[in-house]
Design a protein around this ligand. Structure first.
Ligand SMILES: Cc1ncc(COP(=O)(O)O)c(C=O)c1O
Length: 416
């Protein structure tokens, strides 16, 4: 009789996983209030309230509500003064928008490897990538776990660079006692469907810098200025405004966030501790012991050696069959089509007269990122952290079960 569920054995977990977004009557109440108010777009109170709640929670002085995390990054980068042909340092282990937002405003992403244990950009590798064309660094709090902001800020200040935090996955995350978002010059949040606070789509920029704030405000509001009139467009801008419906959903999401945040962190701590029993699988490490991850994703390191060389992809099939759905995650971004074929290209913005350097993304090599993307990691989604302690036990038990029954997978692999 086989033991592993993939071979017909009993499943480790038969219960499902929490729903996301959660069922909560507060969402409907807020949406109805917007509908009834007749103010669905500009000049409504809900986006302002959403901004206030985000600022309060993240200890930021100013916020601008926009259409997505991607446009939040674009606006923040523009406001930071990134111009056509400027280089922006980004990690390759992130969602494509971190780098595509740079290209969208005419900048050139320069990929700097990650730390193989924290999965965040390696601060020690940043300085070597700085040139006289570098304008900014994007520090991504990947999976919700804060990047190491202190050394990143130090190197940025030394070279006169701006720092934009990509907080798309990190609502409420704590870096050395401080919530993320306004540690760097600006922070860009997303409220896309999967995010820990969601409005289906949406984004927000937080900052403590009043000048940056007013630039972001103008950029997202067709070049208007707060003290100016309706038909008074002083700078080139865009319509990246959020609707009141999105604001209303975020307001309810922000009320739920503290409890969700605690639960995700508690489950994360418990899971980290239980994984000490398992050789070859561990949770993404924090960049500082005092940090608290927002646990948007539970990102795991996987060492095939501890599983007799079992490939990560085969391991994930066996894990999924046990009732623990997990995914392999990102590819190194420079291998994605939009970058991989940019080799001395004449395409805007990668060529003269826009860019004075040359790009050859085929030659980029970030070994730590490649290892974890190709063989050494896997993820569980944002719903995982909202489950209970038993679910965390199920994750660990399923992994231990696979490890104890590797012969079943090896026999099968040999038979193929
Ligand atoms: C790390 C990261 N950056 C940026 C984004 C872009 O956010 P959005 O999908 O709201 O444009 C996302 C989300 O999808 C993300 O995960």
């Amino acid at each position: 009789m086989p033991n592993l569920a993939i071979n017909g054995g009993e499943k480790t977990r038969t219960e499902g996983w929490p729903k996301w977004p959660p069922d909560d009557p507060g969402f409907l109440e807020n949406l109805k209030a917007v509908l009834d108010s007749g103010v669905w777009g500009v000049n409504g109170e809900w986006t302002l309230k959403a901004i206030e709640m985000m600022c309060d929670f993240h200890d930021a002085n100013h916020g601008v509500a926009v259409t997505s995390g991607t446009t939040a990054l674009e606006v923040a980068l523009r406001a930071c003064g990134v111009k056509v042909g400027d280089e922006v340092i980004v990690p390759p282990y992130t969602f494509v928008a971190t780098a595509s937002s740079v290209v969208a405003i005419g900048g050139i992403p320069v990929f700097v490897d990650i730390d193989p244990e924290t999965f965040n950009i390696d601060p020690d590798a940043i300085e070597d990538a700085i040139t006289d064309r570098t304008a900014a660094i994007i520090a991504v709090h990947i999976g919700g776990s804060p990047a190491d902001m202190e050394p990143i800020m130090q190197v940025a200040r030394k070279h006169g660079l701006k720092v934009v935090e990509d907080c798309a996955q990190a609502h409420g995350a704590i870096y050395r006692g401080r919530r993320v978002g306004a540690i760097g010059d600006a922070g860009a949040f997303s409220f896309q469907s999967s995010k820990n606070v969601t409005a289906g789509e949406g984004g927000m920029i937080l900052t403590n810098d009043p000048d940056l704030y007013s630039k972001c405000w103008s950029l997202h509001n067709i070049g208007r200025v707060p003290e100016g009139g309706w038909y008074d467009h002083r700078v080139m801008g865009f319509n990246y405004r959020m609707t009141q419906f999105q604001g209303a959903l975020i307001c309810r999401g922000m009320e739920l966030l503290p409890e969700h945040f605690e639960l995700r962190a508690r489950n994360g701590d418990y899971l980290r501790q239980r994984l000490e029993e398992v050789e070859g699988v561990e949770l993404q490490k924090l960049t500082h012991p005092d940090n608290v991850s927002a646990f948007h994703l539970y990102i795991f390191r996987y060492d095939p050696e501890a599983f007799d060389g079992l490939s990560r992809d085969r391991f994930l099939q066996a894990l999924g069959a046990e009732g623990i759905p997990a995914a392999r995650g990102y590819n190194p971004l420079y291998r994605e089509g939009m970058f991989a074929d940019k080799v001395n290209t004449d395409e805007f913005p990668f060529c003269p007269p826009f860019y004075e350097g040359t790009v050859n993304y085929k030659e980029v090599s970030c070994p730590a990122c490649e290892h974890i993307c190709d063989v050494g990691s896997f993820w569980m989604s944002q719903r995982t952290g909202l489950a209970d302690e038993k679910a965390m036990d199920d994750i660990v038990d399923a992994i231990l079960k696979i490890q104890a029954n590797l012969d079943e997978l090896e026999e099968e692999e040999a038979a193929q």
